[in-house]
Design a protein around this ligand. Sequence first.
Ligand code: ASP
Length: 346
Amino acid sequence: MFRFSVLIACFLVQYSSILMAQSAAKKFTLVIHGGAGVITRANLSSEREQEYHRALDSALRIGYAILEQGGTSMNAVEKVVNYLEDNPLFNAGIGAVYTADGTHELDAAIMDGKTLAAGAVAAVKRIKNPISLARLVMEKSEHVMLIGEGAEKFAQTQNITLVPNTLFDTPARKRALERIQQEEREQATKDSIKQDSIRKANLKKRSASDKHGTVGAVALDIHGNLAAATSTGGMTNKRFGRVGDAPIIGAGTYANNGSCAVSATGWGEYFIRTVVAHDVAALVEYKGLSVQSAGQEVINKVGKLGGDGGMIILDTKGNFSMPFNSEGMYRGVITQENKPTTAIFK
Ligand code: ASP
């Protein structure tokens, strides 16, 4: 009898440790954003708000399906960003903002936290899903970043069909461009007698309310690997040829299993100057800060310079944070527990 109970006890111990190992191995997390700064409570109707929640929720479920099956964090962030690029609600792919000369120029980057391999494209005009081209740059070229025409020529060698730039048109973004250009014309007349500093202050006000947007994802897969991806149309009324932070490795996008994965959104010039994504990773790696403290410290730095926006950060333990200094940031999280949560305001 005694031997029998010992046997049963051994069996139970072993069985529960197998179960524990399985559930530990199944741990994964996906964090996404759909841009910061476009939105104030006042200018977002409740129907529109629901549309955003639904879209973020769908994006999370796409990533969940991949990660749950044991798929890689690289595949998850790419596919999630593909969905957001195709969704006209967000400023990336279809629904991208307009440049000052009425076209769209798209930037994107992806990074693998396991190998530190990275790929990026900037100012591409005829690529439906820039994040997938960024991944091809990483995997199929000897370079990290390709821009404009060169990136598009490379795309053709990878059997990617070029699309007309008008594919990215949406009436809402067109109206935003017209509004900003009209304001700028009015301002220019007034500014002819004002100083430069006042003009800059006006530009800042506009930036917060009208110009931003980007999509991004960071993921941790069951193999313990991190990845980050960011894709954007940039900022409304940008000069053609302007490149933001999203495709700059270390500014808008970064991933390293030794620290964390980061995808940023906001006024790109400030995020480049403060090298946001790598700064966060460096604080985590060298100073041992949590993703919360590191993110807060860096977003404060951006704010002090005059920039606004936010970011999503995730480490290999599944700790994440989503700091932002704008009124809102479209964002969401899902883990192996399959409880998607989405949020827009603070
Ligand atoms: N960071 C993007 C850019 O400057 C825009 C944004 O995220 O709002 O291009």
